[in-house]
Design a binder for this molecule. Structure first.
Ligand code: ADP
Length: 483
């Protein structure tokens, strides 16, 4: 499909600008290799400018009433909803996901902004009993100051609003650095934010070299908080480099989410949910199911239903109606998926469907991988240990429930876990025993505005969503008041 490439600029201190050097980064459509657009390749200079703008805007923004801050966020949600079609189309062109999913994502992005627009008003404190007759103890919450937000390419709209709406509601001013694969959606969102009349400098966006911008943000004393979503590897680097200034961090990192189908589960329901979650966004979701563990009594039926459904998934260009699976984000991502499947097959896994690159016909210039089901999967295979981040569903058969709970906990990750059972006791027992930040029972829905999304262990720290998500952008101050 022919489309005119767009050039989008950075937004700093209320001005739209290119980089000092004039260099740009191109954005490629992963479905057909065509140019979607470009953004400036900003670096240290632009990052420092953006932080200064945010710092200058902070007293004004944090000094507004919470209701006033909230009204900008509610307007942002309205603007996003008004532009949902073009925004979703742009998202699909730069990211690859089916338009239906992009529309859902845009709607969810608006919901986050609206929700935090309401929540802004609910920041509270406490008054505690003093230790002397004339002492009063006040506990208040204040915005941390300038917050830097670093977002990934898999959900280029919701990751922006989930962080930014919480930060702005809390009274922080922000510098956003979106992923270089998908910066255009972020710029579009900033254009819509500008339409709300937001004072200049309250929100800023820089695009460009991640490590340079990351370093400039980390070294800048005015940046009081970094909220990052991305790989565990980069998350660990950020923890190390934050030590210099003891900077506050929120990290949403990788995962290795199990889906356990216990012996009393409803197979149809579990299969449907498994396909919906596993193949959403072509399997590129940090809380997405990595491996499916099915009780041996159900495994044959489960595999049969699963394979049938996966075979019927329509792979193609996200902007064509009916497409259910788009491309993997880039060649490196696809190669990792292919490598994990090769490793599994070499160690004895069976490919029930898929298991190959899709390189024929109109898909030839994209990074497509066939939706795949693997059976006879064992724990020595890399697919069970590593985050696949692609359209591959490995299935492990188990017999011992105790053992399976131990097994799935035996991972450095701890983001999300899913299981199906009709037994209420088992449901509570497993939900409490699973060492993950989020557990879904008999379903897979997790990311909603009011709930605390986030992980434990190497999946990160801090939470996004709900009042928990706002705490990340607030400092607690204790005032001892003596009369
Ligand atoms: P993924 O590509 O798996 O989402 P990354 O961790 O590579 O994960 O990227 C997530 C976000 O972090 C992107 O916006 C990327 O530009 C940014 N990023 C990558 N490396 C660094 C770094 N060293 N410092 C700060 N941000 C980084």
């Amino acid at each position: 499909m022919m489309r005119t490439a767009v050039h989008y600029r950075m937004w700093i201190g209320g001005q739209w600008m290119d980089s000092e050097t004039g260099e740009t980064i191109t954005v490629i459509n992963p479905a057909n290799g065509e140019l979607v657009g470009s953004v400036p390749k900003g670096g240290r200079t632009e990052t420092e400018q953006a932080v200064r703008a945010a710092e200058q805007a902070f007293p004004v923004w944090s000094g507004l009433t919470a209701a006033d801050r909230g009204s900008y966020l509610k307007k942002w949600a309205e603007e996003i909803r008004r532009e949902r079609e073009p925004l979703a189309r742009l998202l699909t062109f730069e990211q690859g996901k089916p338009l239906s999913e992009a529309l859902e994502e845009v709607d969810a992005a608006a919901d986050f902004s609206e929700w935090y627009g309401e929540e802004a008003k609910r920041v509270t404190g406490e008054i505690l009993a003093g230790s002397k007759p004339k002492q009063r103890i006040l506990v208040i919450r204040q915005p941390v100051g300038v917050a830097a937000l670093i977002t990934p390419w898999n959900y280029p709209a919701t990751m922006v609003t989930r962080k930014m709406a919480a930060a702005l509601a809390a009274g922080c001013t922000v510098v956003l650095k979106p992923a270089s694969q998908t910066p255009l959606t972020a710029v579009f969102l900033m254009q819509l934010l500008e339409k709300t009349g937001l004072p200049p400098g309250v929100a800023n966006l820089v695009t460009g070299a991640a490590s340079e911008i990351g370093r400039a943000l980390m070294e800048n004393r005015s940046v009081r908080k970094i909220s990052f979503t991305g790989s565990t590897e980069v998350g660990k680097q950020l923890i190390q480099s934050s030590a210099g200034q003891v900077k506050r961090l929120s990290l949403e990192l990788g995962g290795n989410a199990p889906l356990i189908v216990f012996s009393d589960a409803e197979v149809d329901r579990a299969v449907k949910a498994a396909v919906g979650n596993k193949f959403e966004n072509c399997g590129q979701m940090c809380n997405g199911i990595n491996v499916i563990y099915v009780h041996e009594r159900l495994v044959e039926e489960f595999l049969q239903q699963l394979t049938e459904r996966v075979r019927s998934l329509r792979v193609g260009f996200g902007w064509e109606p009916g497409t259910q699976i788009g491309p993997v984000i880039d060649e490196a991502g696809r190669e990792k998926v292919a490598e994990l499947v090769r490793d599994a097959v070499m160690r004895g896994a069976r490919v029930l469907t898929g298991g190959r690159l899709l390189t024929d016909g109109q898909l030839a210039n994209g990074t497509f991988y066939a939706p795949t089901v693997l059976s006879d999967v064992t724990y020595d295979m890399r697919v069970t240990q590593e985050e696949i981040f692609g359209p591959v569903a490995p299935v492990v058969s188990f017999s011992d429930e105790e053992e399976i709970l131990k097994r799935v906990n035996d991972t450095p990750y701890g983001l999300a876990a899913y299981f199906f059972t009709r037994d209420i006791q088992k449901a509570f027992m497993a939900a409490e025993r699973l060492e993950f930040g989020m557990v879904a029972v008999n379903g897979t829905s997790l990311s909603v505005p009011q709930a605390p999304f986030g992980g434990i262990k190497e999946s990160g720290q801090g939470r996004e969503g709900g009042h928990y998500g706002m705490e990340e952008f607030l400092n607690i101050k204790y005032i001892s008041m003596n009369l």
